[in-house]
Design a protein around this ligand. Structure first.
Ligand code: UDP
Ligand code: MG
Length: 322
């Protein structure tokens, strides 16, 4: 019998996790030919999420859990889940039932058709604020324009992958992870299944606007150096303009003598160039900070407690759990 791991990152999901299990179990218990396991990751929740995990695991042996020593973020939680997975297939999904478990049979069908990955894709953005939809679609446009790794618009972190693909994703060991891009970067054949956006009914979203903004910057800087090239291009362009302007001013001065007024021109030039320099430094800084964080080689997560035997996945090393 083929096995499937359901990797579920959870941060302050005490209200949701039982319902999640109940609803998902309803679906997966109807599927023949596969054995399902849950890998629930408590991403340093401040509520009773972890206690709920332990209660569930007591009654349901298929539930495995990992608890982090603090909040490391959803990306780290997904990584930990993948690292601890040992099944033939791995499904990554959210705990808040915004990723409908009813799609799991269709996802498995896609795998049986021979795809390496079957991913859900939001057909609409119902229930999301207009501003967030706007920024999100701008992000995809910008990111796909800048990067060779094209990200699918509406893609969510709800997908099934084969063991082979999971192992490839795990080979990418960067600390600042942007899963959406990493899943695209490794390649393989992906089938997209559209679904209607489901509003979160319980608990609250963990994303602030600022959080999403940082996420977008991470997405772009992880997969593209185009911003750096743009800085060079801009610098080159300004040099040319400046050179032409210098020639003109010099000639004017030589022919017509020294022209004292020029305060506005001077101020504009100084402020404009100052702005451009600051902005360029900021872009450089983004990349330098990424190098800085990566070179420290800190673990992606720290496990405080788990019921997963360390030999469950002999392939994975557990270096990062030190
Ligand atoms: N999540 C997490 N760590 C975090 C933030 C979120 O593990 O630091 C989990 C959260 O519990 C949920 C999933 O990631 O299962 C998606 O979070 P959320 O529903 O808040 O995001 P949205 O659906 O609004 O994108
Ligand atoms: Mg959600």
């Amino acid at each position: 019998m083929k096995t499937v791991d359901l990797v579920v990152p959870c941060y302050n999901e005490e209200e949701v996790i039982e319902t999640f299990y109940r609803e998902t179990d309803k679906v997966v218990s109807q599927i023949n030919g596969y054995r399902f396991y849950y890998i629930l990751i408590d991403d340093g929740s401040k509520d009773r999420t972890f206690i709920k995990f332990k209660e569930l695991a007591k009654n349901h042996p298929e539930i495995k859990y990992i608890s982090f020593s603090r909040n490391f973020g959803k990306e780290s939680a997904i990584y930990a889940g993948l690292r601890h997975s040992a099944s033939d297939y791995v499904i990554v999904m959210d705990a808040d039932l915004q990723h409908p478990p009813s799609m799991i049979p269709a996802m498995l069908e896609g795998i049986e058709e021979g795809y390496d990955c079957v991913a859900a894709m939001r057909a609409d953005r119902k229930g999301e604020s207009k501003i967030r939809s706007f920024f999100s679609s701008q992000f995809y446009k910008l990111s796909n324009w800048m990067s060779d790794v094209k990200m699918a618009k509406g893609a969510v972190d709800f997908r099934i992958m084969t063991r082979q693909m999971v192992d490839s994703v795990l080979q990418l060991s960067e600390v600042q992870r942007f899963s959406k891009g990493l899943f695209m970067w490794v390649g393989y054949n992906t089938k997209w299944i559209p679904y209607e956006n489901v509003e979160r009914t319980m608990g609250t979203t963990k994303w602030s606007f600022w959080g999403l903004f940082k996420y977008a910057i991470d997405g772009i800087t992880s997969f593209s150096v185009t911003p750096l090239r743009m800085v060079s291009a801009l610098g080159f362009f300004i040099c040319i303009v400046a050179f032409i302007y210098i020639i003109i001013t010099l000639t004017q001065t030589l022919i017509f003598g020294i022209d004292v007024p020029g305060y506005v021109t001077l101020l504009c030039a100084v402020l404009f160039l100052g702005g451009i320099i600051e902005f360029s430094l900021g872009i450089l800084g983004e990349y330098i900070s990424r190098i800085y964080v990566e070179t420290k080689k800190r673990p992606i997560y720290i496990v405080r407690q788990t019921n997963i035997a360390s030999d469950r996945n002999p392939k994975s090393d557990s270096k990062e759990e030190s």
